[in-house]
Design a protein around this ligand. Structure first.
Ligand SMILES: [Zn+2]
Ligand SMILES: [Zn+2]
Length: 344
């Protein structure tokens, strides 16, 4: 099969790769219909890989082949794949069917415990990772379950959002999904901050949200202070001054949820966190509950997914897709490795 393989820093090369084979009764081979490029992919692909690896963990497709015991799944089923894997061999995996694996993985990540990802025509998965996608939901929309689950888990980690003014620093895919979740959860005002006007425009198209440009720090801090919000979600990451602005503008006793990656660390105004008794909560990965709810919200059509998918490329243009995802004002950039499944 053809696969986009991470061979060098920031490079994906199209290679012939062995077709996956059924080895266990609950193995399933999925033909990938859509795989999204995630912020963590960009971070991973920045580095030289420890071994050639096929990236891609946000995906959905159509079942090609099943093992002898694939829990009711059959060839032709449209499926969403949960990206978190278990080794199936450690003490915890053997003890209970859904135990806390001691060596958990994610499809397509860099380390050796991670199985190959979905930027390929086919991928080997296990039946326990599959959810059947309703006919009226496009595969590319279903594949937003992972970023949506991250947004839901961020809400889980904070205090109740009901009737509370919430501020989202960074209106990328997760920020825009989070805004919709906050609406569903009964939040009061929901404000989104971004430096890209196009992202804020998508936000305004999605509902009654306040939007603020991050360009003028002084003006932004004035506007945010006036909101007297008690919950900030930090999603801009990198070296963006948004974490500092959140700590500066949040109400005393408020909570900042730290969702985005900041590999270089971050300076924080200790005196302000201490003096105002602020809470800083880390958010990493997703919980089982967050995953289940993400699937339910997407499959019932309660999330407006279409405006979030701005680009779709064939597999041979993987490097171009990565470039689009990292620069400019794209939102979710997807690859569609099988031409016959594009748009399905
Ligand atoms: Zn992801
Ligand atoms: Zn295990």
């Amino acid at each position: 099969m053809r696969a986009a393989v991470h061979t060098d820093a920031f490079e994906l090369s199209l290679q012939d790769w062995p077709d996956p084979e059924i080895r266990a009764p609950d193995d399933v081979i999925v033909r990938v219909g859509s795989v999204g490029i995630c912020g963590s992919d960009k971070h991973d692909l920045d580095h030289f890989p420890a071994r050639p690896q096929i990236p891609g963990h946000e995906f959905a497709g159509v079942i090609h082949e099943v093992g002898a015991d694939a829990a009711g799944f059959k060839p032709g089923d449209r499926v969403l794949v949960r990206p978190h894997t278990r080794c199936g061999k450690c003490g915890e995996c053997l003890k209970t069917p859904r135990g806390e694996c001691l060596s958990p993985g994610v499809f397509g990540c860099r380390g050796v415990q991670h199985p190959p990802g979905a930027m390929a025509e086919q991928i080997l998965v296990r039946a326990e990772n599959l959810w059947k996608v309703p006919d009226n939901i496009p595969l590319a929309h279903a594949a937003l379950a992972d970023p949506l689950a991250v947004a839901i888990h961020a809400v889980e980690r904070g205090p109740s959002v009901r009737a509370e003014t919430c501020v989202i620093m960074g209106a990328g895919v997760i920020g825009l999904l989070l805004a919709q979740v906050l609406r569903l959860d009964g939040a009061g005002e929901v404000a989104l901050v971004d430096v890209l006007a196009s992202h804020l425009e998508v936000a305004r198209g999605q509902g009654e949200f306040l939007t603020f440009s991050g360009d003028d720090r002084e003006k932004l801090e004035g506007d945010l202070n006036a909101l007297k919000s008690g919950i900030f979600f930090e999603l801009a990451g990198g070296e963006a001054p948004t974490l500092d602005a959140a700590i500066q503008c949040i109400r005393p006793g408020g909570t900042v949820l730290l969702v985005s990656q900041r590999p270089g660390g971050a300076w924080i105004n200790y005196q302000r966190v201490m003096g105002n008794e602020l809470n800083l909560h880390g958010v990493a990965g997703v919980s089982d509950e967050a995953w289940e709810r993400a699937v339910e919200l997407l499959f019932s059509g309660r999330i407006n997914a279409a405006p979030l998918i701005t680009h779709t490329y064939p597999l041979e243009e993987a490097t171009r897709a990565l470039d689009t995802a990292c620069h400019g004002d794209s939102l979710k950039v997807c690859l569609s490795p099988n031409p016959d499944l594009m748009g399905c």
